[in-house]
Design a protein around this ligand. Structure first.
Ligand SMILES: *[C@@H]1O[C@H](CO)[C@@H](O)[C@H](O)[C@H]1NC(C)=O
Ligand SMILES: *[C@@H]1O[C@H](CO)[C@@H](O)[C@H](O)[C@H]1NC(C)=O
Ligand SMILES: *[C@@H]1O[C@H](CO)[C@@H](O)[C@H](O)[C@H]1NC(C)=O
Length: 386
C-alpha cells in the first residue's frame, strides 16, 4: 500500500458527526500549488497505487457510512516526499514574500497563515492564496526595537478567537499583546525585564491560552519553566519545571513548543534540549514521556529526536514533531513511541525538494496537508497528503 510518492501509509478513522469536509477534496488550494501538486502527483506516483488507495478510501467510507452510530471517514496518513515552496523564496530577506528564519507557523480558521519571522522581528500574515504577506506585528521593514511598535526576535505567536495576537518577543524578554488590527503592543508578561522573578522572563517561546479562564501559559525557555499569567495580572506563577535545568522528570531543559489540553489540564511541551516531548499536568510535580528518550539522550533512529522545537496533534491524537536537528518531521501515531519520517531526510540538511534544513515548526490544513517552517531555508514547504 505504499505508493511511490509517499513515504508512509497508515489510515485513521475520523468521527464524522460534525464534519462537513469531503475526504480527498481540498478546501484551500492556491491554483499554483494545486497545479504543481497535481503535476508532482502524476509524475511521481504510481497510478496503480493511487487507484488502490482511492479504492480503499471509498470502500472504508462506504462501509463505515452504513453504520448508524458514528459515520467515519478513513484518511490515509501519507504525504508526498517532495515539498513545494508555498511561502517564501528560499532566500533570506525582508520583502513581503521573504523571511529571515521563519520560526513558528499556524493557520487561522480561514486558512490564513501566520508566520513569526524571527530575525525580521515581525509577524507576517498571508491571506489564503496569496504569497505576499501583511505585517500584523512589528515593523514591515524588519527593524528591531523595544518600544510598543517594535519586536526583537520573534519566536512564537498565537491568536485568540477574536484574532487578537499574543507574541513571544524573545530578546525583549516579554510577551506582547496586539488587539486585532492594531500595531501598538501591550506587555502582558515579562514587564520586569530579563530575569527569573515572577514578573520576569528569560527568552520566552511557546505560548498557549486557556480562553475560558484567561490564563496564558508561557514557555520561559531559559528559565526552564512554564509560567502561567492571568491576563491582566503583571506577575505569574510557575506551573511546570522551575527546578533548574536538567533531564530529571521534575525538570525542564530548554522548553520551546507548548500545547494546552484544556480537558485534562495538561501541558504538552517540546523539551528541546532533552530531545523529547512530554506531558505535564498543570501544577503537577513531574512529567510523563510522550515521544523521544526519557533520559535526555538524542538520536536519529525511529524512537529518538534531536532538539525538537515544536509539534502539533491532529484531531485523532497523532503527534507530528518538527525534529529540528534531525532535519525531518516525525509522525507518532497516538500512544506510540516509534515514529516515522514523513518529511525530510533523517540527519541530512539541504534545500532540495525532499529536504529540510532545521525545521522549527509545522502545521496541517483541514485536509491534513502538511506545511513545514523550513527555518534555515527561509521557506514554508507544502507536502500534499496522498
Ligand atoms: C483570518 O485572518 C484574516 C486576515 O486577518 C481575517 O480576515 C479572517 O477573518 C480571519 N479568520 C477568522 C475565522 O478569524
Ligand atoms: C497552581 O498552584 C498555585 C499554588 O497552589 C495556585 O496559586 C495556582 O492558581 C495554580 N495554577 C493553576 C493554573 O492551576
Ligand atoms: C519501529 O518501526 C520500524 C519501521 O516501521 C520497525 O522496523 C521497528 O522494529 C519499530 N521499532 C519498535 C521499537 O517498535
Amino acid at each position: 500500500m505504499i505508493s511511490t510518492c509517499c513515504v508512509y501509509y497508515h489510515s485513521i478513522h475520523v468521527a464524522n458527526r460534525n464534519r462537513t469536509t469531503t475526504p480527498g477534496k481540498m478546501k484551500f488550494k492556491p491554483w499554483k500549488v494545486l497545479a504543481t501538486g497535481l503535476a508532482t502527483l502524476v509524475v511521481t506516483c504510481s497510478l496503480a497505487a493511487f487507484i488502490i488507495g482511492l479504492y480503499f478510501l471509498i470502500i472504508n467510507t462506504r462501509n463505515t457510512a452504513s453504520s448508524n452510530t458514528i459515520t467515519a471517514v478513513t484518511l490515509s496518513l501519507s504525504w508526498a516526499t517532495s515539498g513545494i515552496t508555498a511561502y517564501g523564496t528560499g532566500a533570506s530577506g525582508a520583502t513581503a514574500n521573504q523571511f529571515n528564519n521563519p520560526s513558528h507557523i499556524f493557520f487561522n480558521s480561514s486558512n490564513s497563515l501566520y508566520v513569526t519571522d524571527y530575525w525580521n522581528n515581525r509577524v507576517q500574515q498571508f491571506s489564503a492564496g496569496s504569497s505576499y504577506a501583511t505585517t500584523v506585528a512589528g515593523q514591515a521593514s524588519g527593524q528591531s526595537g523595544s518600544t510598543s511598535y517594535y519586536l526583537n526576535q520573534v519566536s512564537y505567536a498565537i491568536i485568540d478567537s477574536n484574532s487578537n495576537l499574543y507574541v513571544s518577543d524573545l530578546q525583549n524578554n516579554r510577551v506582547q499583546y496586539f488587539a486585532y488590527g492594531t500595531f501598538t503592543g501591550t506587555t502582558i508578561a515579562g514587564a520586569g525585564g530579563s530575569g527569573s522573578s515572577m514578573n520576569q522572563l528569560n527568552n520566552p517561546r511557546g505560548l498557549a491560552l486557556d480562553s475560558n479562564t484567561n490564563k496564558l501559559y508561557i514557555a520561559d525557555t531559559n528559565n526552564h519553566r512554564i509560567m502561567c499569567y492571568v491576563v491582566g495580572v503583571s506577575s505569574g506563577t510557575v506551573v511546570a519545571g522551575g527546578n533548574g535545568q536538567g533531564t530529571l522528570n521534575n525538570q525542564l531543559n530548554t522548553p520551546i513548543g507548548l500545547h494546552l489540553d484544556v480537558s485534562s489540564n495538561s501541558l504538552f511541551i517540546a523539551n528541546a534540549n532533552s530531545h523529547n516531548i512530554i506531558r505535564w499536568v498543570v501544577n503537577a510535580s513531574t512529567w510523563t514521556l510522550i515521544a523521544g528518550a526519557p533520559n535526555g539522550q538524542s538520536g536519529s533512529t525511529s524512537t529518538f529526536l534531536n532538539y525538537p522545537y515544536n509539534f502539533i496533534f491532529d484531531s485523532s491524537g497523532n503527534l507530528y514533531v518538527a525534529d529540528t536537528n534531525n532535519h525531518r518531521v516525525q509522525l507518532f501515531l497516538s500512544g506510540q513511541f516509534n515514529g516515522t519520517t514523513i518529511a525530510g531526510v533523517t540527519a541530512v540538511s539541504g534545500s532540495a525538494v525532499n529536504k529540510l534544513n532545521s525545521p522549527q515548526s509545522l502545521t496541517l490544513d483541514s485536509n491534513l496537508n502538511l506545511y513545514v517552517a523550513d527555518t534555515s531555508n527561509n521557506r514554508i514547504q507544502y507536502f500534499q497528503r496522498c
